[in-house]
Ligand binder design. Structure first.
Ligand SMILES: *Cc1c(COP(=O)(O)O)cnc(C)c1O
Length: 368
């Protein structure tokens, strides 16, 4: 069986490093928001080339805290895409705001700048742009619209650690960048963790208070809207041990994506746009097919795991309490066609070739 992801394989060569990092925490006996977190904040900010990093509990909280720092509140709208797995929508709903969904680009499946320009006319309070599948959204175009309309731009970088465009990393193009370190991300902890990054010192100060109940100083609440969303020391120590390997892992992911793109040839399988610069860190390798379920079944019977990111667009999630949106035909179609193939740094060339060969062998049931 070729798994979609294999974290045991990922961590095996790091076992000694990770245990040493966790050992430091045990020796110190300090478990939440301590020296490891502070050091990780410094190191991750330096890696990205940004002034401030605020470590929090997870990626969804990072998005919600970013909205809270901007004082986005009840009844206001926030522009975002509907094909990125409900994370931004959850954060937007968390502050009582309402998502205004922006249509995606057909080829890249990222937020379409033309569609954002139209939604921006309605004056949303903020924009959340997701770098989906590890590929950067068109930050020049999106940033221009945000600047012209004076709308704060938040980047969801949960799938794009280390991606860069024009020498600037994902997370440093907008006013705020939000990261998740969920274990399967390009940079993952051994549990939940997240971060917000920014060059704005005032926002950073707010975020530091908002992640601990709105405390300006211990037990002294100076700000409304506080949450409890902290990174723990064990996760920070693990992330510090893993960060120096991130660029190497991203390179290998990109190599795997390029290998798939070269090897897969099938009239019913649409490949993702090939990007061979740093703007793609290949978090996921996502193909499209009108006969997705048949392809998925075929790969499963060939011993290859796949997944769908994501099957249901946010505006069609029953129970999410969202008003159905119109004009999202491309989003709907993408959700019906996307299929993620195994893509993680420890995948061998032979495994990549086996997956590609299985795709090429697929005989879709033809409709009469
Ligand atoms: C994983 C992910 C998140 C949420 O991160 P959590 O740490 O699981 O809360 C947000 N946005 C995107 C695009 C993600 O992939």
């Amino acid at each position: 069986m070729i798994a979609l992801n294999d974290l045991a394989r990922h961590h095996a060569p790091l076992r000694a490093e990770l245990e040493a990092a966790m050992g430091r925490v045990h020796d110190r006996g300090w478990y939440i928001l301590g020296p490891e977190v502070e050091a990780f904040e410094y190191e991750f900010a330096r890696y990205l080339g940004v002034a401030e990093c605020i470590a929090v509990g997870n990626g969804t909280d990072a998005l919600e805290l970013a909205l809270r720092a901007l004082a986005v509140s009840s009844g206001e709208t926030v522009a975002t895409v509907a094909n990125a797995g409900m994370y931004a929508t959850t954060a937007i709903r968390g502050v009582g705001a309402v998502p205004a969904y922006v249509e995606i680009d057909t080829a890249t499946l990222q937020m379409d700048p033309g569609a954002l320009a139209a939604v921006a006319e309605e004056r949303p309070r903020a924009i959340v742009a997701t770098h989906l599948y590890g590929r950067m959204a068109d930050m020049e175009a999106l940033g221009r619209i945000a600047r012209e309309q004076r709308i704060p731009l938040i980047e969801d970088c949960a799938q794009a650690h280390g991606a860069n465009r024009g020498a600037r990393h994902a997370g440093t193009h907008g006013l705020l960048g939000c990261f998740s370190f969920y274990p399967t991300k390009n940079l993952g902890a051994l549990g939940d963790a997240g971060a917000v990054v920014t060059d704005d010192r005032q926002l950073a100060l707010k975020l530091r208070a908002l992640r601990v109940y709105g405390w300006g100083a211990k037990y002294h609440c100076t700000m409304q809207g506080g949450m409890n969303s902290r990174m723990d020391e064990l996760q920070a120590a693990v992330l510090r041990a893993k960060l120096p390997h991130l660029n190497r892992w991203n390179l290998r992911r990109r190599e795997i994506a390029a290998r798939y793109t070269k090897a897969i040839r099938h009239p019913y399988v649409v490949l993702p746009p090939s990007v061979d610069d740093g703007s793609d860190v290949a978090h996921l390798y996502v193909v499209r097919s009108r006969a997705r379920e048949s392809l998925r079944e075929h790969l499963k019977s060939a011993g290859i795991a796949t997944d769908i990111h994501y099957p249901v667009p946010d505006h069609r999630q029953p129970g999410a309490g969202i008003v159905p949106s119109k004009g999202l035909a491309r989003t709907d179609r993408a959700c019906a066609e996307v299929l993620s193939l195994p893509c993680y740094p420890e995948l061998t060339d032979a495994e990549v070739d086996a997956v590609a060969a299985a795709c090429n062998r697929w005989q879709p049931a033809t409709r009469s």
